[in-house]
Write a protein that binds this ligand. Structure first.
Ligand code: MLC
Ligand code: AMP
Length: 538
């Protein structure tokens, strides 16, 4: 029988190894397993199986998150982790789209989730969790409606993660227990995870980077996962330099922040940090392109050459620089174990070496479907290969990413963002007649979200006006950091907005007053801020 994360967890229960460390305590594998069993029993309420019921949960990283995740799987449910940073409007979309019949939060966050869940009239049960104990707050449906044989078999759906695409609203990526096991096993083998490892989780737990690369690999291996409620450079440095951490992975923005914190520290403190961090055996970066400058500064500070790898919500990880051997700056290495990779041209045929093509992926870790989106699922595959939408080239045997096929996909702080989704929301603003959202290169964030707007007659719009309005509707990382008003958006002969020309508005110097109004957001990290200008009407 194929192993799953739950069966692996059982195998560590006989040890007294710590599985999860959070702000409250250190919890052994045996305790974690016991808590997850109790949660499963509570969710089942006497029924044999949850029958693939979707269980959405809004829990910060820590024991309760992990126990709930495993409890859902033990009970035969599909886990849908909600993003802690999201406003109720975005949470409501996910809860509704996945058709969650059970929602779980902490007592402290119950009001946020309750207001999100209340938006839809669908019947559901609402629990809060504390120290591995569930308490029912309200129930308008029977939890276990479709009872059937209980199992965590490889083919069974396990998790739905929401990801932005080119179609506006996020889509639910469904992975099975088998997909998750394959994604984790590939990394455990490539990066030599073992029970003696101790990792630091500073990433959010609604993305594969945090769930698979950190938590999943640690639990699979009997290692220890120290969780942080959220990223904070000073406390992360404290742990990284403690000599107790062996594996660390993060997005480039986090390394940027750690470098800024090191730069701001006293000379003694810098020395202490630099010496302490050397004890780590493996430091990795991914989810967005690692700028050369960040890689080099980190090498000077820590003596580590960051291992850069490439992945995606739909596939887990696909390409990586080697654990041992030369890590080439600017490259994402070679296929990970169990992953087939090819580069395809527009007609779908593989391209010759040295020619750029779209990255396509095959393997046991690749997801099977977008939740209730058969058309989107069909379009995502070509001859059994998953089309990533990323363009790459192979040079001297290693892959180098060149960009994306869609300009409407933005990566900011490691989060994938759909420009179209933001535009749909912004068009609801009373001052905005039309808008175009673009990602503009940024040292700290990779890309920052910017918007050009055509205003309604006699309207004005500054970032100060837009920010609070957007904050109520969009996750913080989707909020535009700069807005520029133009008489007319640049369009081609077909009337389609020309996004590269929009991006230029934010990269060029101010060309004079009266050509458009602009206001900058509070985004940090760009030494030389671009000044905007207006385009003349076409
Ligand atoms: C937040 N801010 C931003 C921003 N996000 N500014 C510009 N662009 C953005 N994207 C601003 C806020 O408004 C706020 O400003 C300040 O930064 C702090 O905000 P925050 O929400 O507290 O952010 P912070 O905690 O600092 O978050 C930064 C971060 C976070 C890098 C820790 O974004 C993060 O955890 N990113 C990782 C995402 C991830 O895990 N991706 C993996 C996807 S999976 P002010 O002025 O109010 O202070 C994947 C596959 C793969 O990609 O390959 O791994
Ligand atoms: P997500 O959909 O959030 O899982 O993000 C996946 C996307 O992140 C990929 O399609 C890439 O565009 C991007 N990505 C991941 N790793 C890297 C990397 N090392 N370099 C550049 N882009 C990356």
């Amino acid at each position: 029988m194929t192993e799953t994360l739950v069966s692996r967890l059982e195998s560590w229960c006989a040890t007294d190894l710590p599985a999860v460390v959070d702000r409250r305590s250190s919890w052994t594998y045996a305790t974690l397993a016991a808590r997850s069993r109790r949660i499963a029993a509570h969710l089942l309420d006497g029924a044999p199986d949850l029958g693939d019921a979707r269980v959405a949960f809004f829990i910060p990283p820590g024991l309760d998150y992990v126990a709930v995740l495993l409890g859902i799987w033990r009970a035969g449910g599909i886990a849908v982790p909600l993003a802690i940073a999201h406003p109720p409007a975005e949470l409501a979309f996910v809860i509704e789209d996945c058709g969650a019949s059970i929602v779980i939060s902490t007592p402290e966050t119950a009001h946020i989730v309750a207001s999100a869940a209340a938006v839809s009239p669908s019947p559901r049960s609402f629990f809060v969790v504390r120290d591995g104990k569930l308490k029912l707050l309200s129930r308008t449906s029977s939890t276990a409606q479709h009872a059937r044989e209980r199992s965590e078999s490889a083919a069974r759906r396990a998790m739905i993660l929401y990801t932005s695409g080119t179609t506006g609203k996020p889509k639910g990526v469904v992975t099975t227990h088998g997909n998750i096991a394959a994604q984790i096993q590939s990394l455990v083998s490539a990066w030599d995870w073992r029970a003696e490892d101790r990792t630091l989780l500073v990433l959010p737990l609604h993305h594969v980077h945090g769930i698979i690369n950190v938590l999943g690999c640690a639990l699979w291996s009997g290692a220890t996962c120290e969780t942080f409620p959220r990223f904070d450079a000073e406390s992360v440095w404290e742990r990284l330099s403690s000599g107790e951490i062996s594996v660390f992975t993060a997005v480039p923005t986090i390394y940027y922040r750690l470098i800024a914190s090191w730069d701001a520290a006293s000379e003694d403190e810098r020395r202490r940090r630099s010496e302490g961090v050397r004890a780590i055996r493996l430091m990795m970066s991914g989810s967005a392109a690692l700028p050369l400058r960040t890689l080099e500064r980190w090498r000077e500070i820590s003596s580590h050459v960051l291992l850069e790898r490439y992945g995606m919500t739909e596939i887990g990880m696909a390409l990586a620089n080697p654990l041992r051997g030369v890590r080439r700056p600017g490259f994402v290495g070679q296929p990970l174990p169990g992953v087939d990779v090819r580069l395809a041209g527009e007609n779908g045929d593989p391209v010759p070496a040295g020619t750029p093509g779209e990255l396509e992926i095959r393997g046991a870790g690749v997801f099977g479907e977008y939740w209730r989106r058969p058309d989107a699922t069909r379009e995502a595959f070509r001859d059994g290969w998953f089309r990533t939408g990323d363009v790459a080239v192979v040079e001297d045997g290693a892959y180098r990413l060149l960009g994306r096929t869609s300009i409407d996909i933005i990566k900011s702080g490691g989060h994938k963002i759909s420009a179209l989704e933001i535009e749909d929301v912004l068009r609801e603003h009373p001052a905005i007649a039309e808008c175009a959202v673009v990602g503009v290169e940024d040292d700290e964030w990779g890309q920052r979200v910017c918007v050009a707007v055509e205003l309604r007659p006699a309207e004005q719009l500054t970032m100060a006006d837009l920010e609070p309005w957007a904050r109520a509707r969009l996750a913080p990382y989707k909020i535009p950091r700069e807005v520029v008003a133009v008489p007319a958006l640049p369009r081609n002969a077909m009337g389609k907005v020309v996004k590269p020309d929009v991006a230029v508005l934010f990269q060029s110097k101010v060309s004079g007053p009266g050509e458009g109004q602009r206001a900058e957001g509070k985004g940090k990290g760009k030494g030389e801020r671009a000044k905007g200008r207006s385009l003349p009407p076409p």
